[in-house]
Design a protein around this ligand. Sequence first.
Ligand SMILES: [Zn+2]
Length: 484
Amino acid sequence: MRFRAASLPAAAAVSLALLASNGAGAQSTDPVSTGISAQSLRGHLSFLASDLLEGRATPSRGQDLAAEYIAAQFRRAGLEPAGNDGYFQVSDWKYAERDMRQFAFTVQAGGKTLNVPASAVDLRVREAVSLKDAAVVTMPWLEAMKDAARADGKLLVLTMPADRRAAYGDLQKFTGKPALLVLVDGSRTQGSAANGWLVEEGPPRPRDAMRSVVLYDAQAAAALTDTGADARVTLNVPGPVERAVKLRNVVGVLRGSDPTLKDTYVMLTSHYDHLGIRNGDIYNGANDDGSGTVSVIEIASSLAAQKTRPKRSIVFMTFFGEELGLVGSRYYGKHPLFPIKDTVADINLEQIGRTDDSEGARVNAANLTGFDYTSISDTLQRAGKKVGVKLVKHPVNSDRYFAQSDNQSLADAGVPAHTLSVAYEFPDYHGKDDDWDKIDYENMARIDRMVALGLLDIANNRKAPAWSAVPNAAKYLEAAKKLK
Ligand SMILES: [Zn+2]
């Protein structure tokens, strides 16, 4: 069944219309839309993206506080708890972390000793490193790539070329075996890599496979790359210490009303983690992905308040660990709380608060990754028309970003799953200034109205969304066939 705004009583329609605040485009006066307010979204996000939560790193006390807050909002909305511990899907992990107080990096050159602070490096090495007065081999980039073996067993210093993407491509093909690689990077002055990781996530990613230290300290870099200075390096990178941690996906369900369809599930998801504290700065992650998380809360609250339940059940879920590589959603994919074969769709929300897209202002519009992959784009387009939001296909990022967020974990299992965003790239992306006062809340409320109406459409339709026969979706279509 499609959602019909006409079923609203006339008196309510008038008073609710007064609440609709967008000046231009279509205004929606149905009860689902009017249950979603910019002010409510602002209230939730000003807490979740506050400094108190310290950037919600996986794992951290700030993240635990965020999880408890989300659970409290699901409780307030009246969702059924759906985790293994109330609203929490709790999982056990080992976290490895090094004590950077023991870090030391000195460069001796031309009779001077330079101390490099920990804040001026990114460590792309997981185990302990101990070098004492190590001699340095410096080579131009291209020469090093051609003559890879020349620095085997030694400390190799290379200056990163301007084209960093190409440089990391080169490094993946680099066959040399230096004892350690120091990459001089003049594009920044401070590092930002984390000094902890989840042990179960296995070995470092490909571009980090070589033991390397990225150096941002200009003075030390100059001393190391001055071939006449005869530089020597003393370096102590402490080894990691492991501890047990518990991590939580937060999940509640709005139980469906149809005797058969209630045992099928539509998911609305986001990730509630972010980058935490780096070099003393709190990365609040208001848009990434506080915006998606407060939208899950707000849409849950609006849909749960409706007199009529949807036919299918709707699952509201926020994941930990997206920033570490979709860890929370991958965990869910391996340990689903509702049968995957009965899960008909996932709409994942990412970065839906900022309208200052790097490609230009983006108001009353949203992107969907994998736009052509399933029938869900049609459903959301119809919903968008009712509330004045245009769902568009980004010519490049629709495909490129499909695997970049938590929808991927569900898609791999065969569930039609997309990520919806307003801006793919915005000025403070993964920066310390992604703050809650920069969000366009009126616009975000309109996006959420579209999502809520789209979710209801899917939940009330006997026909479930399906993968399309397009080449890029072929492997997901295959996975879906296996579920039957
Ligand atoms: Zn994100």
